[in-house]
Design a protein around this ligand. Structure first.
Ligand code: NAP
Length: 346
């Protein structure tokens, strides 16, 4: 404890603080790197040292000053972000120094949790790779699980289309539909990602939406129409999917990253939403937090599939806290294959 106390007073806490709200893409100058003292834990509080940071498109939405499923990040606050780290000081009997934990740690070296401070943290279950709590066993894996199974309800023999199929959520959603005995089509940007989706993730076909006509390819690949469309991107891809749905199709609205999540400049459409009427189809959105009381079920099932190598997942790893803004922007530029992570320290 003595050595720990000495380290706590000499270390600095670097934080990337929001200083200006972006209009359009996130830029470095929207954040400022500030150095403060490492927080000291009060009664029932815990200090966590960030090791890994996870990047989620929804973080761009948190920067808009509009009401959403979570309050916006305020000017002067460290950027909110998921992370995995180690407990360095604890006044909560549930946590011990050295424990691996996950939660909203933020773009900072150290964060305070518990008893009125910060967001909740959870221990990384024994035997799991800590950073996998940010991908396949984290928000994106669980989103894929409930979005595909609860809303998409794929039935053996059906045809399923997943956009963003080389991404963290889409790659898992597509593989779950394969495990349910469906023919699965993905879409992703560029030949490298398309090859990964078919050759590594084992998806039946992948459309390079950047160089191919998505609707024409869907008509060729799914002559009987799409029974399920798991939408991560919105925009023109959603219109192409709606144009090719089968009777009683389920369109799962997971995300719409093609909008840039910039609420100042909303995209039009889908212009052909009347397809839902003609095909007696359903389009439904969801937020994964609604399933919080069932996360354990999803993680257990995903863990089994990963252990049996029935599901593979990819990670894309950046380094250095100062590179967080550019790394977040990269999601909107398709820079990542699989889950985008950033390593803050060894
Ligand atoms: P991700 O898919 O790993 O990364 C984002 C990907 O989006 C990029 O790699 C890029 O791939 C693609 N993209 C960017 N701009 C695009 C555009 N204009 N058109 C088409 N694709 C574009 O990120 P993720 O964390 O797994 O999130 C995927 C989606 O799920 C997002 O829409 C996110 O908001 C949503 N989500 C929803 C929930 C929920 O509770 N509803 C929870 C988690 C995530 P390409 O190179 O292929 O373009």
């Amino acid at each position: 404890p003595m050595r720990e106390a000495a380290r706590m007073t000499t270390a600095d806490n670097r934080q990337l603080v929001l200083v200006d709200r972006p209009v359009g893409p996130v830029e470095d100058h929207h954040f400022e790197l500030r150095t403060t003292a490492v927080p000291e834990p009060g009664p029932a509080q815990v200090v966590v040292e960030t090791v890994w940071i996870g990047f989620d498109p929804t973080q761009r939405g948190w920067l808009n000053d509009v009401p959403s499923y979570m309050p916006p990040v305020q000017i002067g606050e460290p950027m909110r972000a998921s992370g995995v780290g180690r407990v360095v000081a604890s006044n909560d009997p549930a946590f011990t120094e050295g424990d691996w934990v996950t939660g909203l740690l933020g773009w900072q070296d150290y964060s305070l949790h518990g008893a009125g401070a910060g967001f909740g943290i959870q221990k990384v279950p024994d035997g799991l790779e800590p950073r996998a709590m940010l991908s396949v066993f984290g928000t994106t894996g669980v989103t894929a699980y409930f979005g595909m199974l609860d809303l998409g309800q794929p039935v053996e023999g059906e045809t399923v289309f997943v956009s963003g199929a080389a991404g963290s959520t889409g790659s898992i959603a597509a593989q779950i539909a394969k495990l349910k005995g469906c023919t699965v089509i993905g879409s992703a940007g560029g030949p490298r990602k398309n090859a990964w989706v078919t050759d590594v993730a084992g998806i039946d076909a992948c459309i390079d939406y950047k160089s191919e006509d998505t609707e024409a390819r869907l008509r060729a690949l799914a002559p009987n129409g799409l029974d399920v469309y798991f939408d991560n991107v919105g925009g023109p891809t959603l219109e192409a999917a709606l144009a090719t749905i089968a009777m009683r199709a389920r369109v799962v609205l997971c995300g719409g990253i093609s909008s840039g999540y910039d609420m100042n400049d909303l995209p039009p459409g889908p212009r052909n939403y009347m397809q839902l009427v003609i095909m007696r189809a359903r389009m439904e959105g969801f937020i994964v937090l609604d399933y919080a009381d069932r996360f354990g079920e999803a993680i257990a099932q995903l863990g089994q599939w990963v252990g049996e190598r029935k599901i593979v997942y990819a990670e894309d790893i950046a380094e250095g806290l100062e590179n967080c803004p550019a790394t977040l922007r990269g999601l909107f530029e398709g820079a990542n294959l699989g889950k985008q992570l950033l390593k803050v320290r060894d």
